[in-house]
Write a protein that binds this ligand. Structure first.
Ligand code: KG4
Length: 335
């Protein structure tokens, strides 16, 4: 089943062509350079750039896949959650395309598609499994009970892990997107050199909390600046990365043990983090768990993951009409 999928939930305009789990093309036009000067995504600029790029990105996705519009069996689109103006560009483009081609329109939840990024290169991965989903806007620990059925075990009580990295990195003067830069400059270091807290939520919970850690980094930086003291940014970066990974890994391993999962996946932009990947590997190996993560090119926002999830949404009868609307917030287990 050939699906043309569209993703425009934040600052990447992406179109892909997929056939079940096979990726025939995956084109991403990123706006990062433009948002960098503001230190974060400016929603109005994002929407405008999507509008300008989407048609050309679509044409390129068809060219690379070696198909024409006549070969498309369905059109899929990210409809929630995300920046509302940005989502609307993709949703309206997809609706027009599906209507004109006379093919089904498949609405796809952004977080479900991040999880589906794991299906692309992990051919044997099938639900049920446990997934840690860590991105710029979300941090969720979920049981993937079926391809379109999810149970949330925990989520962040405040900032997402990626948001914590990005905001702390910005205070450190690192280039946007901060999480990526922070991961690159973090050095193997004495992570006790700076007194950053080990965040914890109530024992037994699977929820996360990262805002205290972010504030501690900002306070540390201000404090040193006010005293005229120097600070070793790569060491602070390594310390923050370690604390964030500690919390993510501890909760995930405990949930897997308590809920009896032997298959674990990580997904979302932060699943590209080098320490998270290597420590999760080690922890899973020690416990005899199988760990899956997407190839780096499928960790951040892309449309290939939308197409793969769309196939399973279609199989479960999730088809949208011309009244499909974009939604800024929506839980992963929506009905
Ligand atoms: O999944 P994504 O591309 O967009 C959302 O749906 O939110 O995630 C973007 C987030 C940003 O916060 C970015 O800083 C973070 O993923 N990120 C990383 C790394 N690569 C991307 N955070 C830590 N280490 C990385 N290597």
């Amino acid at each position: 089943m050939i699906i043309l999928s569209i993703e425009s939930s934040c600052d990447e305009t992406a179109v892909a062509v997929t056939d079940r789990r096979k990726v025939l093309s995956n084109i991403v036009a990123t706006q990062i350079a433009e948002h960098r000067i503001y230190g974060g995504v400016v929603p109005e600029i994002a929407s405008r750039r999507h509008t300008e790029a989407i048609s050309a990105v679509c044409t390129e996705a068809l060219r690379v896949a070696g198909i024409t519009y006549a070969d498309i069996d369905a059109v899929a689109v990210t409809f929630a959650p995300g920046l509302i103006g940005a989502l609307l560009v993709g949703v309206n483009f997809a609706k027009g395309l599906a209507l004109s081609l006379g093919v089904p329109l498949i609405p796809v939840h952004h977080l479900r598609s991040h999880i589906a990024a794991n299906y692309i290169d992990n051919e044997d991965l099938e639900p049920p499994f446990l997934c840690l989903l860590v991105s710029g806007g979300n941090t969720v620990l979920a049981e993937v009970t079926d391809y379109t059925s999810f149970k949330i075990l925990g989520s962040t009580k405040d900032d997402a892990a990626g948001e914590c990295f990005d905001k702390a990195a910005r205070a450190m003067g690192l280039e946007y997107p901060g999480g990526v830069t922070l991961d690159k400059i973090a050095t193997a270091a004495d992570t006790k050199a700076y007194p950053l807290p080990y965040p914890h939520t109530s024992t037994g919970e699977y929820d996360f909390s990262f805002s205290g850690l972010k504030t501690a980094v900002i306070n540390l930086l201000h404090n040193k600046e006010q005293k005229g003291e120097s600070i070793d940014i790569p060491v602070v970066a390594a310390t923050l990365r370690q604390r964030v990974c500690d919390m993510l890994i501890e909760k995930t391993m405990r949930a897997a043990e308590e809920k009896g999962y032997k298959k674990i996946a990580i997904a979302g932009g932060v699943s590209a983090n080098s320490e998270l990947r290597s420590r999760m590997e080690k922890e899973c190996l020690q416990r005899g768990f199988k760990l899956c993560y997407p190839a780096l090119k499928y960790c951040g926002d892309n449309a290939a993951m939308v197409g793969v999830q769309a196939f399973y949404e279609f199989e479960s009868g999730n088809i949208g009409g011309t009244d499909l609307n974009a939604t800024a917030t929506l839980p992963i287990n929506y009905r």
